[in-house]
Design a protein around this ligand. Structure first.
Ligand code: S3P
Length: 425
């Protein structure tokens, strides 16, 4: 239990958010498959990324973790060893799904599973294309973890994704590294493209033409150091807090602004947010500092192709909408139901407790915002993004709130509450 007080004087100062979760996972995975050492700075020491490290250690990869960097001593594309025990992926969908793509191409048998949430998440979406590629992969009841994968020869396929999912796209592309011939993935809408960018950086021929991505299997991967930018999904909590808490001005430093991830900036600006991007640089991934100031927000409509560009930010966007004047409609977001929790049901239930006028729909929610909200006792559903979203909400409510399971923030942002309090002055 954690008691959260409303902010009295506003939020001020600068915050550096932890490293990007998606990039941190991939840096370890690709480093493990590369020849040579990969030095990773800015790595996210959250539970999800630590699950990825521990799975690769189980397959014989030497990984050194110190305060300022993670060093992956690459095993090479064909150097992973058969794990003697189940690969435990914890709460991490990215670890589970991307790892399956890699395991599909290994000449050994492995079993992987995770916590109660992972055991409920759909895996049929990766099983189907990987089987088409020739993989020997099976899941409990055909769709769930534990997943069993045993080595077989793979061949490239052309696959149209039924959902815009970077995890699914990446699982297929990673299996494609070990396949004979080219692998092509067609996306219904662009999802985060870190896999494509990073594989290109490792020398792999990955071509993107609109929504069509084609990979030619390489002979080997050559290790490249990775500087992980701050995670815009973690910055999202400060972006919304800065907008809805009166008298605030926050600088969020070193945030990754890959265009496949910046839907939240577009939506908040569309709602009237005062957001400025400064000190922009562009290497493998574009990065900048973001300044956000208290803003009078108004409702908006969020749906269509923007959804994959802000999928993880929708819980905290719902909080912004609760404090925005007028109606916000979120649609085309059915994927939210199969995240770490059912995030539509969770956010509708928790925001309702504050007196917010919010209705669940088939594929999203409708929020009629702008009236004063009051603190309450919030459940977190063991979901880090629900916990951080409700902590932000509590700052702008009247009266205290209680978070029932604050520790789950350690999945992606172990020092979140310290960072938030640091801005309260
Ligand atoms: C991720 C992709 C997204 C996102 C998840 C991380 C990734 O999932 O929600 O937090 O690193 O590829 P989906 O691709 O399943 O939408």
């Amino acid at each position: 239990m954690l008691t959260c007080h409303p902010s009295t004087g506003g939020l001020h100062g600068a915050v550096t958010v932890p490293g990007d979760k998606s990039i941190s996972h991939r840096a370890v995975m690709f480093g493990a498959l590369a020849s040579g050492d990969t030095h990773i700075t800015g790595f996210l020491m959250g539970e999800d990324c630590l699950s990825t490290i521990s799975c690769f250690r189980q397959m014989g990869v030497k990984i050194d973790v110190s305060d300022d960097e993670v060093v992956v001593h690459g095993a090479g594309m064909h150097g992973l060893q058969e794990p003697s025990e189940l690969l435990y992926t914890g709460n991490s969908g990215t670890t589970t799904r991307l790892l399956c793509g890699i395991l599909a191409g290994q000449p050994f048998r492995s079993v992987l599973s995770g916590d109660a949430s992972i055991q409920k998440r759909p895996m049929g979406r990766i099983i189907k294309p990987l089987r088409e590629m020739g993989a020997n992969i099976d899941g409990k009841d055909g769709n769930l973890c534990p997943l069993t994968v045993s080595g077989s020869a793979l061949h490239g396929i052309t696959y149209t994704l039924p959902v815009a999912s970077a995890q699914l796209k990446s699982a297929i592309l990673l299996a494609g590294l070990f396949a004979e011939g080219e692998t092509t993935v067609i996306e219904p809408a662009p999802s985060r493209d870190h896999t494509e960018r990073m594989l290109r950086g490792l020398g792999v021929d990955v071509r993107t033409d609109g929504n069509v991505i084609t990979l030619t299997p390489p002979e080997q991967l050559t290790a490249v150091d990775v500087a992980v930018p701050g995670d815009i999904s973690s910055a999202a909590y400060f972006l919304v807090a800065g907008c809805i808490v009166p008298n605030s001005e926050i600088t969020i430093r070193n945030v990754g602004i890959n265009p496949t991830r910046t839907g939240i900036l577009d939506v908040l600006r569309d709602m009237g947010a005062d957001i400025e991007l400064v000190n922009c640089t562009d290497d493998v991934e574009p990065v900048c500092d973001i300044i956000v100031r208290s803003s009078r927000l108004h409702g908006t409509r969020i749906g269509g192709d923007i959804i994959p560009r802000l999928i993880d930010e929708l819980p905290v966007i719902a909080v912004a909408a609760a404090f925005a004047e007028g109606e916000t409609v979120i649609c085309d977001a059915q994927e939210l139901k199969v995240k770490e929790s059912n995030r539509i049901a969770a956010m509708v239930s928790e925001l309702s407790k504050t007196g917010c006028d919010i209705t669940e729909t088939e594929d999203g929610m409708v929020i009629r915002g702008g009236k004063p909200l009051h603190g309450a006792q919030f459940a977190c559903y063991a979901d880090h993004r629900v916990a951080m979203s409700m902590a932000v909400c509590a700052l702008a409510c009247e009266g205290d709130s209680v978070l029932e399971d604050p520790d789950c923030v350690a999945i992606s942002y172990p020092t979140f509450f310290d960072a938030l309090h640091g801005l309260e002055g």
